[in-house]
Design a protein around this ligand. Structure first.
Ligand code: C5P
Length: 220
């Protein structure tokens, strides 16, 4: 039991993949299960926070007492996050937002052809925009990388104006997408680097929140 160190605090978590539709039947997405984000939302609630979870499509039932808003596309996620951002104390962006979406959407099912070229355009980088708008909020991002983890993570932490970044290696057994366990590292804008052993996602969530709470304490 962690007590209720987040009592009176508003926490916004994003989780899961986004879906970027091509036509009424087809979309582009990724392997994100939503497990990490849902675990964070659940543990934040247990620690006493008011929690809003903005979620892409997952198979997980919503954590008790958490306000869940379901979205599909990155643009929908962006819109929902912006509605709440001004009033939030902690934002944890665990969602695997699709970096691209099909340039055009066909409201009729696309016909079978010999060869198809799908043109993609960039989605908004939600976290980057939140970093620009940041006032009192503690902003936590994720970096899922297959190589050069630390270097990319530090670059993201700086370029997106984050307080903290959680690094997890994907494509490794017991870590990353769809697993129940994760191997994470936390890097802060104060230059701290903490490596954790393989842990249940629930335990990872608790560690992430504990570290985030230190930012609330030092900034107030
Ligand atoms: O730069 P990269 O996409 O790898 O950064 C990952 C972090 O940025 C994650 O926290 C993810 O939720 C967030 N992100 C976002 N909007 C995007 C892409 C990523 O908020 N379009």
């Amino acid at each position: 039991d962690q007590g209720t160190p987040l009592k009176g605090k508003k926490v916004l978590v994003t989780a899961g993949p986004t879906r970027e539709p091509l036509d009424p039947f087809r979309f582009i997405t990724n392997y994100s299960s939503g497990k990490m984000g849902y675990a964070i939302a659940q543990e934040a609630k247990k620690m006493g926070a008011d929690v809003i979870l903005i979620s892409g499509p997952t198979n997980i039932s919503p954590p008790k007492g958490v306000k869940v808003i379901y979205i599909e596309t990155a643009n929908e996620m962006f819109e929902e996050v912006l509605k709440y951002y001004g009033d939030i104390d902690i934002v944890i962006k665990a969602a695997a937002v699709s970096d691209y979406r099909p340039k055009t959407y066909s409201d009729k099912k696309l016909k079978k052809q010999q060869e198809v070229n799908i043109e993609l355009v960039k989605n908004p980088d939600i976290l980057l925009e939140l970093g620009k708008l940041k006032k009192h909020q503690v902003l936590v991002g994720f970096a899922a990388e297959t190589n050069n983890l630390e270097e990319y993570a530090i670059e993201k932490l700086k370029s997106k104006n984050l307080d903290m970044i959680v690094v997890n290696e994907i494509g490794q057994k017991d870590s990353g997408f769809a697993n129940d366990t994760n191997i994470i590292q936390i890097i802060t804008n104060k230059g701290e680097k903490i490596s954790y052993p393989k842990l249940e996602k629930r335990e990872c969530a608790i560690n992430i929140l504990k570290k985030t709470i230190e930012f609330l304490e030092t900034s107030s």
